[in-house]
Unconditional design. Structure first.
Length: 499
């Protein structure tokens, strides 16, 4: 059986704890790989390697860093398919979706290639007599990233490229459910010329996470995952004196006004709710239909959802793959099975779905719930699967109030032809990312990603300008130099005489 080990100091390091976790092919249900789970001592060893590497990397020139990053970008581009195949094999998402994940991660590598402009400081001259003041930004030291299973390549690339471009060294703790993509990213970085110890991958479970959160030599922690864990990460890391950005869960809403193009809205709802099997924090999981359009919109969504082909991710005809684990599949199914008892109309029931020849895979079909109540479990919880809830509102104001009452504030969207309504929405809605006729408003790399309320713990969003600020700290230098005319007698501060 294949074993995924750690990547520390520029090379593969075999696990020493004796503990391993199973990695399953979601399409077959078979355990194909085991991953080493690090002990506290192994985490400490990786941190010490990163700490030593920082002594050199933190002092390296921007030219040296960007040379590596440009080479890394080229290698990632050349290995898109290989990375995507690893994602499909362990996560289950279809190949085209995995390729899209790699492409969005590449955006941040490209941003990191331009770090020379991002790290420019500020200078004020003559603030007083012969006094200048300069503001500069410097790296933090050793920083860590804890990333989720749903985007095993993209989310790590949202973190470490900017972190190392800013001069930090990095410890990545990816999800133990699909660990291979992280190792591939690190191997390619080494091939691109990144010095040993600058990027390290330590696999593990809660033991490794807790060790990172408590380690005195780690200056900052980035996290993406569920809200309860994000809250724990933020509280624990901050209590240990670390800078924290912890991105949590979501319940993203799409408000559809009566004047909207309902065909476009239905297309968007299907792609945003069921893409990547709904296993993404920016999935649209709740559609709020305003006025009399609800029945028509639900029918259009149903017609489209029924045509989605579900199958193994490596089948080019598949449009949606399985869920990551059987346990997660069963949890998602429980929300659909209990929806009718809590007042919803089950328009599509995807539970019990199987794929011929792959009966042991973690399959579930697309589910569509209408007339969902705001106090039901299917609405309140982040299901993280291919389940779309439709709620009804009589007016725009009622719809906005419904969305703003949610404890989550990650992303949201409005579909309308009315510019005035769209403008009101983007100002009145309480969410960190807003789409206008765009169902999944994930910002491009040079704008930052992050939500509000229970979707983000910490002051900084991820990547973009916020990412650069998170991975650096400011320093202000005030200087005064004597004027040459005031030099002591006998000292000549001019050019040396040659004759």
């Amino acid at each position: 059986m294949k074993t995924v080990n750690h990547w520390i100091g520029g090379k593969t390091v075999e696990g020493a704890s004796g503990n391993y976790g199973p990695v399953t092919d979601p399409a077959t249900g078979e355990v194909t790989t085991q991953v080493a789970l690090a002990s506290t001592d192994e985490v400490d060893a990786a941190v010490q390697v990163a700490k030593e590497a920082f002594q050199t990397w933190g002092q390296s020139s921007l030219a040296a860093r960007t040379k590596v990053l440009f080479a890394y970008r080229a290698l990632l581009d050349a290995n898109r398919d290989a990375i995507a195949e690893l994602i499909t094999a362990e996560h289950g998402k279809v190949h085209s979706d995995a390729l899209g994940e790699v492409a969005r991660g590449l955006e941040i590598v490209e941003l990191a290639c331009g770090i020379t402009t991002q790290l420019k400081g500020e200078l004020s001259t003559s603030v007083s007599s012969r006094v200048d003041v300069a503001a500069i930004r410097q790296p933090l030291g050793v920083v860590a990233g804890i990333t989720p299973f749903n985007f095993p390549a993209m989310v790590p690339m949202w973190m470490f490229p900017l972190a190392v471009a800013c001069g930090n060294t990095f410890i990545l703790k990816p999800s133990e459910k699909d660990p291979s993509a992280a190792n591939k990213l690190a191997e390619l970085a080494s091939e691109a010329g990144l010095p040993a110890g600058v990027l390290n991958v330590v696999h593990g479970d809660k033991v490794a996470v807790d060790a990172l959160l408590a380690h005195p030599d780690i200056a900052a922690v980035s996290f993406v995952g569920s809200t309860p864990i994000a809250r724990h990460i933020h509280t624990t890391a901050a209590a240990n004196g670390k800078r924290v950005q912890a991105l949590g869960g979501a319940k993203n809403h799409m408000l559809v006004l009566p004047d909207a193009d309902l065909d476009a809205a239905a297309d968007a709802a299907v792609s945003a709710a069921y893409g990547s099997a709904g296993e993404r924090c920016m999935a649209i999981s709740a559609v709020v239909a305003v006025g009399s359009i609800g029945d028509t919109l639900v029918e259009k969504i149903r017609e489209r959802a029924e045509k989605i082909k579900i199958g193994p991710g490596n089948d080019p005809t598949s449009e949606m793959g399985p869920l990551i684990t059987a346990a997660h599949r069963d949890k998602v199914a429980s929300y659909v099975k209990g929806a009718a008892d809590q007042g919803a109309d089950v328009v599509l029931d995807g539970t019990g779905y199987t794929v011929d020849g792959f009966e042991k895979g973690h399959w579930i079909g697309l589910s569509l719930l209408d007339n969902v109540k705001t106090d039901s479990d299917a609405y309140r919880d982040e299901i993280f699967g291919p389940v779309l809830c439709v709620l009804r509102a009589e007016t725009y104001e009622e719809g906005v109030a419904l969305i703003n009452a949610s404890p989550f504030g990650n992303g949201t969207a409005i579909f309308t032809r009315d510019g005035g309504a769209a403008r009101r929405f983007q100002l009145e809605i309480e969410a960190g990312m807003v789409g206008v006729n765009v169902p999944i408003p994930v910002p491009v790399g040079y704008h930052s990603f992050g939500g509000w309320k229970d979707s983000l713990f910490g002051d900084h969003h991820i990547y973009g300008n916020d990412g650069v600020h998170f991975y650096t700290r400011g320093k202000v230098v005030t200087t005064r130099w004597p004027d040459p005319s005031e030099a002591p007698a006998g000292v000549d501060l001019g050019f040396p005489r040659n004759h």
